[in-house]
Write a protein that binds this ligand. Structure first.
Ligand code: XIL
Length: 429
């Protein structure tokens, strides 16, 4: 309890000085809608949750609304060491919502969960829809945040027309390259100097440990575009994507992003080999994104850390090469578990809090070594996470640092300072 009081005093002083890591001034409490009942949402199940204000000292010290003044800010806690980000959806960003208060207090980096994917920006050939993306960028700028653009080239969430050619045939090499160039040019140059980091290609490495993803794993890029320069490799579409992005914004940070790098050494090696070969050819890749959709029990932190260290070796070829954690969430279910519900007992909270504390301790260590520059969580609170229903339909998961009511979980306290999470768990018991 003593720790906690000191922390509250400390965070109040910090709050007075900065109020948020992005440098914005939050609205006074009385101007804020505590009950966010007004948001027009596509899906009522995804509605921002109502937060019942609690008397922090009398009833709870650690289970508090994430926006509460006495709750320390995540991004201030990691200060200059590491940028802390979250995936958001623009329907959540109404300035008077609790959600807005939470994200502007805790994060200094943002990415759109879906709205900047090709199927939404470019649903039919020649038609671009930038309303949501523009809103996102305006929001980010208004709070002084670093913005990630997700994602330019991916085999998934592409519009129907993208791989199609004349008379029901597949697109030709020339057609697909021209589409890639038009798309990347149009999108990246629109936000030149405003979107700091782009996931230029996403999930391009095979899960078999054997090079890049091809038709048998749902990606047509390699078979349509193939080997342009005759060097025997069919990953030239990746090279082209980076060249197009570099031409559209010479200063943007260009990332190759993928999953299971932290947990599957064969995939990590394949990823590493491809990126190394591309860097040696002079392809402008500035960093690797580790998605990190992980589970409570796997992978062990040592394996995850070894992946960061290995990718950071690419600094030998490009001294500015960075590693980023781009989509972190921690499922409370093991990968093979097919169940839809799991009781969140204090024991589970403890394991989950230790997991997050271990991870962030390692992230800090890697950031201090100059290997890691940002950690982004895939969502903000358990009430809106893609891991409800995926990979098991009907599932309710709890993978994030704030619960379904946007209250602080013991794991949140463990990420602020691992010594605080036992006190937070004791309060639940
Ligand atoms: C997911 C979104 O979270 C879901 O809402 C959507 O239905 C499917 O895509 N890897 C990625 C992200 O790179 O774009 C994915 O996001 C999650 C896995």
């Amino acid at each position: 309890m003593k720790n906690r009081k000191m922390l509250i005093a400390f965070s109040l002083v910090l709050a007075l000085l900065f109020s948020a890591c992005t440098g914005t001034v939050p609205e006074p409490e009385e101007n804020r809608d505590v009950l966010d009942t007004n948001t027009a949402e596509p899906n009522s199940a995804e509605k921002d949750q109502t937060v019942e204000p609690q008397d922090s000292e009398e009833t709870a010290s650690y289970v508090l609304p994430a926006y509460d003044d006495s709750v320390p800010s995540l991004c201030e806690t990691y200060g200059d060491v590491l940028k802390i980000g979250a995936a958001v959806n623009t329907d959540q960003l109404r300035e008077t919502s609790d959600f807005y208060q939470v994200v502007t207090k805790h994060y200094n980096t943002f990415v759109t969960e879906n709205e900047m994917k090709p199927m939404y920006l470019n649903p039919s050939e020649g038609d671009f829809f930038f309303d949501a993306a523009d809103r996102f960028v305006e929001f980010g700028e208004s709070v002084g945040a670093t913005l990630r653009g997700h994602t330019l080239i991916w085999h998934s969430q592409v519009p129907d027309w993208w791989f199609g050619g004349e008379n029901g045939e597949r697109a030709t090499r020339e057609q697909l390259l021209a589409r890639m160039e038009t798309y990347i040019h149009t999108v990246v140059s629109r936000y030149q100097g405003r979107i700091h980091t782009w996931d230029v290609v996403n999930e391009v490495i095979s899960d078999t440990g054997n090079g890049i993803r091809r038709d048998n794993e749902g990606s047509q890029y390699a078979s349509i575009i193939g080997d342009l320069d005759g060097d025997g490799e069919d990953y030239d579409y990746i090279e082209q994507a980076f060249y197009f992005a570099r031409a559209a914004d010479p200063d943007a940070q260009l990332i190759i992003n993928d999953y299971s790098l932290e947990s599957d050494p064969a995939k990590l090696n394949a990823f590493y080999d491809v990126v190394k070969a591309l860097l040696e050819k002079g392809v402008p890749i500035d960093g690797a994104g580790i998605q990190a959709h992980i589970q409570i029990g796997y992978p062990v932190v040592e394996l995850f850390e070894a992946a960061i260290e290995k990718l950071a070796e690419l600094k030998e070829i490009n001294p500015d090469f960075v590693v980023q954690i781009t989509e972190l969430d921690v499922s409370i279910f093991d990968w093979n578990d097919q169940s839809t519900t799991k009781e969140i007992t204090p024991e589970l909270q403890k394991k989950f809090a230790e997991r997050y504390a271990d991870l962030f301790e390692m992230f800090r260590r890697q950031a201090e070594k100059g290997n890691l520059d940002m950690v982004v969580t895939w969502g903000v609170y358990d009430g809106r996470s893609w891991l409800d229903n995926y990979p098991v339909e009907g599932r309710t998961n709890a993978p994030l640092l704030f619960d379904r009511n946007m209250m602080t979980k013991p794991a949140f306290w463990g990420v602020i300072d691992r010594d605080l999470s036992p006190e937070a768990i004791a309060e639940l018991e």
